[in-house]
Design a protein around this ligand. Structure first.
Ligand SMILES: O=C(O)C(=O)c1ccccc1S
Ligand SMILES: [Mn+2]
Length: 261
């Protein structure tokens, strides 16, 4: 039976009736990484160095060395990333069950609100209004917060750092536990540099998305793009991080399968 279904799936994919949407930013040395207060360790930006390019260093091949943080660019957050998730089972990128890397997605469009207010916070009421139009969020779905933040091409606009830190949208401290308890969501995804809002250090608890999602053995995706190309419901997300031993996360290629518009 499943063989038949997979053959039908490939026929739909090859026909174009299923679209593949790339939700990944290009890794470049210029792509911004999260900036924490100076007393804390910082994420490495993406660095790349050519080893050879069909030349005397390697006549028939082109390759590079690269380095970056586990949390550079479009990346996956494992539960071990946050102290609340440190004792969760299978909480690192190499131990998370691989079935978790394929899941449905609900896309909540907050782009207008985020354009008008960089500190916009997604609330329970906003999600309930979304559900009135698009139906209840299915269990084990990703909730992807569309803010169109990825359209901010300049790193300075993307990080949006002011004297008191970053200003970018995210979920409030009530909606995250509600999504977990009442909707059993798989994880939370954003277009900005973190799954939490730029001013989330002032929420209670600080960084509520990290605090609750990872504390409940759920996952995060951030620095996503092209969420405006996805339907509110019906997309399937492929998000397999690098299999880093005891890794807290990793850059990855995030792809969505969506019905032809
Ligand atoms: O997961 C991340 O990349 C992230 O947003 C983060 C990383 C470390 C500390 C705080 C935050 S808020
Ligand atoms: Mn992260």
């Amino acid at each position: 039976m499943s063989q038949n279904i997979l053959a039908q799936f490939m026929a739909e994919l090859m026909s174009g009736r299923i679209r593949v949407v790339d939700l990944t930013e290009t890794l470049t040395p210029e792509f911004p990484t999260i900036v924490l207060p100076p007393e804390f360790g910082q994420a490495w930006p993406f660095r790349i160095e050519e080893i050879s390019r069909y030349d005397e260093r390697g006549p028939a091949w082109y390759w590079n060395n690269f380095s970056c943080s586990e949390h550079t660019g479009t990346h996956f957050d494992a539960p071990a990333h946050w102290v609340t998730g440190k004792d969760q089972p299978d909480n690192t990128v190499d131990t998370i069950p691989v079935e978790a890397f394929i899941a449905s997605a609900c896309v909540i469009d907050c782009s207008a609100e985020s354009r008008d207010n960089p500190d916009f916070l997604l609330t329970i009421d906003f999600v309930k209004k979304w559900e009135e139009r698009h139906g209840r969020i299915p269990a084990r779905s990703w909730v992807l917060m569309r803010t169109d933040w990825s359209k901010r091409a300049k790193p300075a606009d993307y990080l949006n750092l002011q004297e008191d830190g970053a200003h970018s949208p995210g979920p409030d401290a009530e909606v995250v536990p509600w999504l977990i308890k009442e909707r059993d969501v798989h994880g939370f995804g954003t277009e900005s540099v973190g799954t939490d809002a730029g001013q989330a250090q002032h929420l209670d608890p600080p960084y509520p998305c990290h605090y609750y999602m990872h504390g409940n053995n759920r996952y995060g995706l951030q620095c996503m793009t092209n969420l405006d190309q996805l339907p509110p419901t019906g997309a399937v997300i492929f998000s397999a991080p690098l299999k880093i031993r005891s890794g807290s996360g990793s850059p990855l290629r995030v792809l969505a399968l969506a019905p032809k518009a």
